[in-house]
Design a protein around this ligand. Structure first.
Ligand code: BJW
Length: 244
């Protein structure tokens, strides 16, 4: 483990272009439930059964109750050491940060130029797109009414997040793909099963980047990266930065 940390640390020290892809594991130490861990379950549902447009059409009240529960949990969470190190690298090294997380903890830690590939749980948009796709921010906890209504057309509103089967915003995909042209690509705290995010590490490697994974356990990305470090992101990331 020490050798792997020293290797990645040296690569980071010498890199001009660093890109970091993050997933739910980065926020686990803050108390935000991950998706595919046992703590990701809400009532008897798996996230994959709720994070879809079909689930919302079937039962908007149920889906909104799940989001309201998550908003309450996240509102009580603070960024941890992993968010802090990543934020410092974005400011001091110009590292590009691509996150699949919707909790906004990277923003609260001060990350610059963040790409929120799956949107934000603190933003809402009109289900009928009555005024286009533009979301509005609503950080009220608890929300006064479920399901949430659009203030313009009074139809259903939805969380401004990307569900399975929905396209990511074009500008986010473009920014993420551009960021794969880098010297070091780190994939941190993600199970690496959800596309298009899961394909970015291979894209970076194909362009010559040094690639590394930080995760508690092996993932489908582990065999693709140059170095896989198995440990908590909130410990490993500070250890990497501490050697510069
Ligand atoms: C720690 C830790 C600690 C814990 N330290 N580590 C190509 C191939 C196959 C399928 C597809 C494909 N392209 C598209 C698809 C379909 C689909 C997909 O990927 N399916 C797969 C599951 C098979 N993708 C999509 O549908 C995407 N859309 C799309 O591609 O559209 C195309 C299109 C084009 C044009 C028109 C229409 C469509 C959209 C995907 C959206 C995903 N949305 C969600 C919900 C977001 C909203 C919300 O939060 O409610 O995003 S699903 C969920 O998974 C969420 C997450 O961001 C995402 C990834 O999860 P993540 O972050 O990896 O979390 P976990 O829980 O899985 O893993 C945590 C990890 O942390 C674990 O590994 C732990 O070990 C680790 N860990 N503690 C370090 N302390």
């Amino acid at each position: 483990m020490d050798e792997a940390i020293a290797t990645v640390s040296a690569r980071l020290r010498n890199a001009s272009r660093i890109t970091i892809l993050t997933g739910a594991g980065v926020s686990a130490a803050s108390g935000v439930p991950t998706f595919r861990g046992a703590d990701g379950l809400w009532r008897e549902y798996r996230p994959e059964e709720l994070a879809t447009p079909e689930a919302f059409v079937r039962d908007p009240q149920l889906v909104w109750e799940w989001y309201a529960w998550r908003r309450e949990k996240i509102a009580g969470c603070q960024p941890n050491a992993a968010h802090d190190v990543i934020a410092a690298w974005s400011r001091e090294r110009g590292a590009r940060v691509l996150t699949q997380n919707v909790d906004d903890l990277h923003l609260r830690a001060g990350t610059e130029g963040l790409v929120r590939m799956h949107g934000s749980i603190w933003e809402i948009s009109c289900w009928n797109e009555c005024r286009g796709l533009a979301p509005w921010r609503d950080a009220r906890v608890p929300l006064p009414e479920l399901p949430v209504r659009c203030p313009h057309c009074h139809g259903l509103a939805r969380p401004a997040v990307v569900w399975f089967g929905e396209a990511l915003r074009d500008e986010d995909v473009l920014a993420a793909v551009e960021a794969t042209a880098c010297d070091v690509f780190l994939t941190v705290g993600t199970s690496a099963v959800v596309y298009p995010a899961a394909g970015l590490v291979q894209r970076a490697k194909a362009q010559g980047a040094f690639t590394a994974e930080i995760n508690l356990e092996p993932t489908p990305a582990s065999s693709a990266v140059d170095v896989a470090i198995h440990g908590p992101a909130e410990d490993i990331l500070p250890a990497l930065g501490g050697r510069w």
